[in-house]
Design a protein around this ligand. Structure first.
Ligand code: PMP
Length: 359
């Protein structure tokens, strides 16, 4: 039976990447050692991390005046690192679009030297839409405005990045980095956990504009962006194997034609599923049509019992991890870069069959 993995993360990885890792697992480039066994100071690993950075810069067209950091602690640690580095004794602005934005806001509020303000929210409609941001909402003295480009749980996404003028825009791009075309220069900081579109868990990528690096050393060296940039992510032992895997994923994506190509593929996949939901008299999408995510697609019937039945029968057919997040229920299909179109077609066929039998 073919298994289709709809997990929101850690998520499906490209099969050619897994095969390449398997081939190289016991003996990396004739060294007689696995990548996992290499010193992070060895020339072989130095080459891996340098190539990973080079490929990511190429894929995202990252300008020279941005640093690329390969860190640990997940996107969750960045919820604290961003305000600590950028907004001590300043104002930090946030847009609340759902579960992940809320976590970022809560972490910033815990830092008492930061004046955290939520300037827009879609909580009034259960986070079914992206609020409009107008210039008059932006405080000129703010250290940054933080957005979550894609809400992994709620399934909404910015179709247009807000224009913040001189205020640096900080983006949690955990669930849609490399899936969509963004202009890095529209942002001051981009951060993302790797485990959805870049590789296994354990690696967090931070892309930060040079002038935003902290002037003063931070009390905690591991959180200090300037130190991490000066040490080229080697202040301590970086997550070597995850960086190696990310490098293989970047190569895979580059060979496919980069982000413009994968975006077309992602649009095709998401379009197929949204069309099926819109055609259906049984399944619905809980979010505003204009703000729908390309990568995380929640859907549900009007009965919890039917939702559970669908999830159970789907799993028996090899559709794994379709259960929606525990906070929202229903179903959710995560269609990241490595998820195949055939899997979406198979799911749509299954939904139609289910509707005939239970609708
Ligand atoms: N932000 C978003 C948008 C996410 O989807 C996630 C993880 N699902 C996180 C932050 C937290 O990431 P991590 O588990 O890497 O800390």
């Amino acid at each position: 039976m073919t298994i289709y993995n709809f997990s929101a993360g850690p998520a499906v990885l490209p099969e050619p990447v897994l095969k390449k890792a398997q081939e190289e697992l016991l003996d990396y480039q004739g060294s007689g050692m696995s990548v996992m066994e290499l010193s992070h100071r060895s020339s072989l690993f130095e080459e891996i991390i340098a190539n990973a950075e080079k490929l990511l810069r190429k894929l995202m067209n990252i300008p020279e005046n941005y640093h690329v950091l390969f860190l640990q602690g997940g996107a969750s640690l960045q919820f604290s690192a961003v305000p600590l580095n950028l907004a001590q004794n300043k104002k930090a602005l946030y847009i609340n679009t759902g579960s992940w934005a809320e976590k970022a806001i809560a972490a910033a509020k815990d830092i008492h030297t930061v004046d955290t303000q939520v300037i827009a929210s879609s909580e009034d409609k259960n986070f079914a839409y992206i609020p409009q941001i107008t210039k008059d909402l932006l405080d000129k003295d703010a250290a940054y405005l933080h957005i979550t480009t894609n809400e992994t749980i709620g399934g909404i996404s910015y179709q247009k990045i807000p224009d913040t003028g001189d205020i640096p825009l900080v983006a949690d791009m955990s669930s849609n980095i490399l899936t969509n075309e963004y202009k890095v220069s529209d942002f001051g900081v981009i951060y993302a956990g790797a485990q959805k579109n870049m590789g296994p868990a354990g690696l967090t990528v931070v892309i930060i504009r040079d002038d935003l690096l902290n002037e003063q050393p931070l009390f905690a060296p591991m959180l200090d962006y300037r130190l991490q940039a000066d040490k080229h992510s080697m202040y301590n032992t970086p997550p070597t194997f995850s960086i190696y895997m990310a490098k293989l994923v970047f190569e895979w994506l580059q060979d496919l034609g980069g982000i413009p190509q994968i975006l077309k593929y992602n649009q095709q996949k998401a379009g197929l599923l949204y069309d099926a939901i819109d055609r259906s008299a049984l399944f619905q999408s809980p979010v505003n049509k204009n703000d729908r995510s390309l990568t995380n697609i929640p859907f549900l019937t009007n009965s919890d019992t039917l939702n559970q039945k669908f999830i159970q029968l789907a799993q028996e057919q090899g559709f794994e991890n379709l259960k929606g997040h525990r906070s929202v229920g229903g179903m959710r299909a995560s269609l990241y870069n490595a998820f195949p179109l055939e899997g979406v077609q198979a799911l749509v066929d299954f939904m139609e069959k289910f509707e005939k039998a239970h609708g």
